[in-house]
Ligand binder design. Structure first.
Ligand SMILES: Cc1ncc(COP(=O)(O)O)c(C=O)c1O
Length: 388
């Protein structure tokens, strides 16, 4: 194993990312399209709130971008995931299989349903949930129950699997779908980070029963805050729209809500931003892929780490670029040196099983997720670093 020369690694990052010596952040949004025009239109017409033409248009254009029949705009990705899990049939007391290596929202949305996250290991090739490890684990712990597979250790129903495409890199979705079909488990796809990515030429988010995405400020396109539910099932699409808009039955004046609904609507103002941002998605993806190629080239000469490259048969949006260090013990020194040099870098998320609220949650052994947690560092990734 080669030793990491931190000074050389920082210099390489500086030259590949921002040779002009400026400080750079991990990810900044870019508003170079029709954002001002569309937002002004909302202000001029007074349509700023929870309904409006931009919401309808954004939903239609998102469905095309994700290759799904229905996209339902939501106030953020976490809220979208909450509803998606409910629609997949997740009930209080169920267990839901989620990667241990993910942003907290993936597990939190499970907890909002009164269910318990059950942690799954990751793959070093994709950084996402490992379908073969999941299959092997289910062989050990699952048994048939009245309403699908059950965890024989806890007696709880296993209700769904939530793959997440880490930093835009697709999980092995085809293999995962084989495994989930074998076990009779619905897939709720967390595609918060993967708009614009392809797996075997197909977009992500609509491969399972239902999926979600996010338009938070740090994502490849942003609406300030926002998200969407994605599905090919018209019935689930109608239910998603209904539940996220307070479960109100349409009527000229009567307020009749016939079940517990949620105010998870995306305001028209934010959807206006989204429409303008979506037009620039191809430009952003091209720039990010160009930046990734530059990093891959540059880091090829640096011993002691490697640049993470998209998995085979996929085209990643490279939402967040990362390097993986040979030695976990170098991580904090590399983080310190890069941040001191004005190059913003961050470690991966703390594994969900280590967060206080999930300490008692069931989990398979997590050797790969732990390796990634200890050795991965995310590096500056804004599209603006590599625009034409
Ligand atoms: C993997 C993942 N899931 C869910 C979310 C939640 O999205 P939001 O921040 O829009 O609630 C995010 C991002 O923030 C995310 O990265």
């Amino acid at each position: 194993m080669a030793k990491l020369d931190i000074t050389h690694a920082v210099q390489t990052l500086r030259e590949a990312a921002a040779p002009d010596g400026k400080s750079i952040v991990l990810h900044e949004p870019r508003f170079a399209g029709l954002e001002w025009e569309y937002v002004k239109d909302c202000l001029d017409t007074g349509w700023v709130s929870s309904v409006g033409a931009y919401v309808d248009r954004f939903e239609k254009e998102l469905a095309e971008a994700f290759g799904v029949r229905r996209a339902i705009a939501a106030v953020n990705g976490t809220a979208a995931l909450h509803i998606a899990l409910m629609l997949a049939g997740v009930k209080p007391g169920d267990e839901v299989l989620v990667p241990a290596l993910t942003f907290a929202a993936t597990a939190n949305a499970v907890a909002y349903c009164g269910a318990i996250p059950h942690f799954v290991d990751s793959s070093m090739e994709t950084l996402g949930l490992d379908p073969d490890a999941l299959d092997a684990w289910l062989t050990q712990i699952a048994e048939p129950g009245e309403q699908g597979p059950r965890n024989r250790n806890t007696g709880r129903r296993l209700a769904a699997v939530v793959p997440m495409h880490t930093f835009g890199h697709p999980v092995a979705i085809d293999r995962l779908l084989e495994v989930t079909e074998k076990w009779g488990l619905p897939v709720v796809e967390d595609a918060a980070e993967s708009l614009g990515s392809l797996s075997n030429g197909r977009p992500l988010g609509g491969r399972g029963m239902i999926g979600i995405t996010s338009f938070n400020g740090n994502k490849i396109i942003t609406t300030g805050g926002g998200g969407a539910i994605l599905t090919n099932d018209e019935y689930l699409g109608d239910r998603a729209k209904y539940l996220t808009t307070t479960a109100k039955r349409p009527h000229r004046w009567t307020f009749w809500h016939d079940e517990l609904g949620y105010n998870y609507r995306l305001p028209n103002l934010n959807a206006a931003l989204g429409c303008a941002q979506l037009q620039q998605l191809p430009t952003f993806v091209t720039a990010k892929r160009r930046l990734a190629a530059r990093y891959q080239d540059a880091f090829a000469t640096v011993e002691g780490l490697y640049f993470f490259v998209e998995p085979t048969d996929t085209q990643s949006n490279y939402w967040l670029n990362s390097v993986i260090l040979d030695e976990a013990r170098d991580r904090d020194d590399f983080l310190t040196a890069t941040n001191d040099a004005g190059l913003m870098t961050r470690p991966c998320w703390t594994l969900m099983c280590d967060l206080p609220m999930y300490k008692g949650s069931p989990s398979m052994p997590l050797p790969v997720a732990r390796e990634i947690e200890q050795r991965l560092v995310s590096i500056p990734s804004s599209a603006v670093l590599a625009l034409d």
